[in-house]
Write a new protein. Sequence first.
Length: 166
Amino acid sequence: MCNLYLQDRNQMVSQQFMQALSGEQLAHLAQFKTQTPRWRGVTLVHELKQFGIPVAFASDNCRDPFYAYGDHDGWEVFTQAVRIAQLDAPYSNWCQSVTTIPANLMQLPSCGRIGIGLPADLILFKSRYWSELLARSQHDRIVLRDGKPIDPTLPDYAELDDLWHS
């Protein structure tokens, strides 16, 4: 078992955070359970969500000096958030952190949601359960734009050379 997993069980920081906020005006917040891992460089996402603060996950790490890999894959952002921040079931509540919440924060009312009259921009996965969805890379997903499948083939790395070395 990962040693960090065991170390993350120390929730003293979360408890101190909650106590600091539990003044007379915020006494009702003391009822919230604390659970965000501490040793992973992640802010208090569980606690923020419990307080009703919108939590969004994103990544700008795509072939930059900090992280020279990545393809701006929203699904990868979500699966990494599940692992790193130890997001727990129900995962469907956390899906909003990479769909509707960022869209709302950016004031994009037709993005990140499915509904009548909205663009049918979405991703179809072959998984039956969350456990299957999160266990594999989902490279065989179907991406729809305006309700039509698009070619999900990634460009050959050689095609990206001019972008990287310019």
